[in-house]
Design a protein around this ligand. Structure first.
Ligand SMILES: Nc1ncnc2c1ncn2[C@@H]1O[C@H](COP(=O)(O)O)[C@@H](OP(=O)(O)O)[C@H]1O
Ligand SMILES: [Mg+2]
Length: 279
């Protein structure tokens, strides 16, 4: 048995959640420094944009997480070909999710850190640098807080709201033709477009009920948001009705299409309908 296969001890999850929040706050400081002045963007091999903020924020996060000796799967490292050996437990990091929104300067971008165990995200932090708000999910439920002068303040519990009318939230930059028929079938009365993993957070704090994803995402785009949403009482299912899982064997870390929802019932209904629409 290698160190990577050893039995998991979840007693350290609260400390790892605190550490993730500290790392996310430090990354947000770096991102805000770049955001406040002119910056250049490059295009990655997959066609998506990247800026110096992505690389610098990722370096800060890895520096914070390294003492834990838990492997870190991070978006920019993977793009550069640096993929660690992943065991039963690993961190997943997207230092700047919503880089397109960062370039548009609309504030809809996030720092994302999650811990995956046996294919499931067990804790996550999503931080919005533009507002300082952070969302946390872990074994003790979901919380939101403001961050000020490098520290969390005003920590409060959040939870999903699965009441009607249904509000749907979708990608601002990656839409899909199946959204309109899906809204009609599910009797959705309101829809809103938002960039990045903020979509999971809107569901987790009860401000929307459904987030269908018909366009590609990678593990780092969803792990932290899924941890927050599930801790708040929500569900994330793939089109075959199974929970969205992590640790793809192909080393591309691409997620299948999925739906995040405020309740399991709604997720099951939406997944079945989405599967019919894209068949
Ligand atoms: N063709 C593709 N393959 C993989 N991921 C993609 C993709 N197109 C978009 N994404 C992912 O979708 C994320 C943006 O999501 P949204 O549209 O909800 O804001 C991007 O995050 P980054 O900004 O971190 O690159 C990117 O990882
Ligand atoms: Mg991303």
């Amino acid at each position: 048995m290698t160190a990577l296969d050893q039995a998991l001890d979840d007693s350290d999850l609260p400390a790892l959640l605190d550490l993730s929040l500290t790392a996310a706050i430090a990354a947000a400081d770096v991102i805000k420094t770049v955001y406040a002045r002119p910056f250049a963007a490059e295009t990655k091999a997959d066609g998506s944009p990247v800026t110096e903020a992505d690389a610098r924020a990722e370096a800060v996060i890895i520096e914070h997480l390294m003492p834990t000796e838990i492997p870190v799967l991070a978006e920019e490292s993977v793009a550069a070909g640096r993929i660690p050996l992943l065991g039963r437990r690993y961190f997943v990091v997207d230092p700047l999710d919503g880089t397109k929104e960062f370039l548009k300067r609309n504030g809809e971008f996030t720092v994302n850190i999650a811990l995956v165990e046996d294919g499931r995200p067990v804790l996550g932090v999503v931080l919005v640098p533009a507002t300082g708000r952070a969302y946390l999910g872990g074994p003790d439920g979901a919380q939101a807080c403001e961050t000020s002068a490098g520290a969390p303040v005003e920590m409060r519990r959040i939870s999903v709201n699965d009441s009607r009318p249904l509000r749907i939230v979708a990608s601002r930059s990656h839409g899909h033709a199946a959204l309109a028929p899906l809204c009609e079938t599910l009797d959705v009365t309101e829809d809103v477009s938002v960039g990045s993993s903020l979509k999971f957070c809107l569901l987790a704090e009860g401000n929307a009920q459904i987030y269908p994803r018909f366009t590609p995402t990678c593990e780092w785009d969803t792990a932290a948001g899924q941890a927050v949403l599930e801790a708040a009482g929500g569900t994330v299912l793939t089109m075959d009705g199974l929970p969205l899982r992590y640790g793809k064997a192909d080393l591309k870390f691409l997620n299948p299409f999925f739906v995040a929802a405020a309740s399991e019932d709604l997720a099951i209904r939406a997944a079945a309908e989405m599967s019919r629409l894209v068949a």
